[in-house]
Write a protein that binds this ligand. Structure first.
Ligand SMILES: Cc1cc2nc3c(=O)[nH]c(=O)nc-3n(C[C@H](O)[C@H](O)[C@H](O)COP(=O)(O)OP(=O)(O)OC[C@H]3O[C@@H](n4cnc5c(N)ncnc54)[C@H](O)[C@@H]3O)c2cc1C
Length: 483
């Protein structure tokens, strides 16, 4: 791409007419913008005045890959690529259940955004998106507070020429009373760490009680709501962790003291998988000791119990993994259009429906492709594919060329039952259709998903090195993270 094309972003974007977008000039202001906000607080690179500024908000499965692609493609000469995230480090979200159960030490797998940005040619800003002003083309970043609540950086603005929203999703409690107060929602690493600490503390309590009285009525009772991949994987991972505890400090802990109940409102667990595989997964979980309750709707969560179909299920720890929705901050943000579940509505080009310069990808977007009855599912593979389409469309938009439509390629779903089993179905070119897989092949493909993510965010050389290091770590590091 010529630098001339890079320097002339505006007109081509304004000319862009796909999907009948509203005029940028007519964009409503975001009411949440603080009128007293200091204009001087607009974050600019000292030499960035003439640079085309592309801002990616959210460095997750899709956003981090996109920031790397953009940084690697454009560098810092005529462009300023900025990644904003409310966390300082990235951990791939599909690993969170392993972090929660202690099977994975997130410190070994997390990626530091500032270092990654330095290597790949983008700048990282630590902060949380609060508002968008489409007329001024700025985003507002919420005040950054220290642990004690004192302000580190005040509310400030970041200018953009192009904006990509990739802030993922949050757990959907469907308005069920008591969920927010009493359940852990596996939305981020902090929640996974909180769950692990409470789990270990409770195991310690039970070990202590049974060391005093071997017949004590002491159990670690865990309720998981949602029989999708997250709930199923977490349930299996908990048994893996419990079986290892007695060799790692809790000598008196007996894994029979773990009682997990998995509750699903639908007629069976793992609705994304074929009947046979879902039944195999349910049988495997029951063999481990999990009580699988399908067709059971949770009506309330109390501090010490889940209320489901008039049954009180006593629990010491409860996890809600029953679906996702867009984050509350997206509700009406910048006058952009959102779906009922608060996701940004995008056109097939992944531009938001009302603004050609603002793209959305991954879990935070609602993408209904032509000829499809359902929106693209919120998965890591969709976020990965969308990152590639947005990178291409940003280039085309800046060059004034027609954009391409996103095509969702479903490569299937795989569910890991920890070291016990892996089941799933593979689709597409890989197997020439849809194929149910189990065992070693399924495990291999499941692990490949994370390896592909490592290659996508680190490139071939460092990505391959990290995959090798990961293998070594599996041998030399402790099997459980007990702190
Ligand atoms: C336990 C678990 C297991 C899963 N397993 C699988 C699987 O096996 N296969 C699969 O395909 N998918 C799986 N998923 C789903 C998958 O993780 C998501 O679909 C995927 O991560 C979405 O990518 P994303 O880039 O849209 O968002 P995320 O990866 O969620 O990234 C969002 C980023 O935005 C940041 N952010 C959020 N809000 C703000 C804000 N206001 N301001 C600034 N930054 C913000 C977050 O810190 C985060 O870094 C799993 C999910 C979970 C929870």
């Amino acid at each position: 791409m010529s630098s001339q094309a890079n320097d002339t972003p505006g007109p081509s974007a304004d000319r862009q007419e796909r999907g009948g977008a509203a005029s940028l000039a007519a964009a409503p202001r975001d009411d949440r913008e603080d009128p007293g906000l200091d204009r001087l607080a607009v974050m600019r690179h000292p030499t960035a005045a003439k640079k085309t500024q592309i801002v990616v908000v959210g460095g997750g499965a899709g956003g981090l890959e996109l920031a790397r692609r953009l940084g690697a493609r454009y560098g810092r000469k005529a462009h300023d690529i900025i990644l904003v995230d409310r966390s300082r480090t990235h951990i791939w979200k599909p690993l969170l259940h392993e972090v929660a159960a202690g099977a994975l030490d997130a410190n070994l797998d997390e990626v530091s955004y500032p270092s990654h940005g330095y290597r790949w040619g983008y700048r990282f800003f630590y902060g949380q998106l609060e508002a968008i002003n489409r007329t001024a083309r700025t985003i507002t970043i919420a005040p950054l507070l220290d642990e004690d609540g004192s302000e580190l950086i005040g509310r400030h603005l970041i200018r953009y020429d192009y904006l990509v929203l990739a802030i993922g999703s949050v757990s959907n409690d469907f308005g069920t009373p008591g969920v927010r107060e009493n359940c852990i929602l596996l939305d981020d690493q902090a929640a996974a760490d909180r769950f692990r600490n409470r789990l270990l503390n409770h195991c310690l309590r039970v070990a202590r009680a049974t060391s005093i009285d071997p017949d004590a009525d002491a159990y670690v009772r865990i309720g998981i709501v949602g029989g999708g991949a997250t709930g199923v994987e977490l349930a299996a991972e908990l048994y893996n962790a419990a079986s290892g505890l007695r060799h790692r400090g809790l000598e008196v802990f007996d894994d029979k003291r773990l009682k997990v109940v998995l509750i699903e409102a639908g007629p069976r667990i793992l609705p994304a998988l074929p009947d046979r595989l879902a039944a195999a997964a349910a049988a495997e979980l029951e063999a481990l000791g999990v009580r699988v309750l399908a067709g059971t709707r949770v009506t309330e969560v109390l501090p010490d119990a889940i209320v489901a179909s008039d049954e009180h299920i006593p629990c010491d720890l409860m996890v809600w993994a029953a679906g996702v929705r867009g984050a509350a901050v997206l509700d009406g943000i910048g006058g952009l259009e959102t779906s009922r579940s608060c996701q940004l509505i995008v056109r097939p080009t992944l531009q938001t429906s009302r603004d050609d310069r603002i793209f959305a990808l991954g879990d935070c977007c609602h993408c209904l492709l032509p000829g499809s009855e359902r929106p693209v599912p919120p998965r890591a593979q969709s976020a990965h594919q969308m990152a590639a389409t947005v990178a291409e469309n940003l280039r085309r938009l800046m060059q004034g060329r027609p954009l391409v439509d996103y095509v969702y390629k479903d490569h299937g779903s795989l569910v890991s039952l920890s070291r016990y089993s892996t089941v799933g179905s593979l689709m597409g070119n890989l197997v020439g259709g849809r194929m149910a897989v189990e065992g070693r092949l399924a495990r291999f493909v499941y692990l490949s998903l994370y390896r592909m993510h490592l290659l996508a965010i680190h490139g071939w050389i460092k990505g391959t090195a990290l995959i090798v290091i990961g293998h070594v770590n599996r041998i030399v590091r402790p099997r459980l993270k007990l702190h």
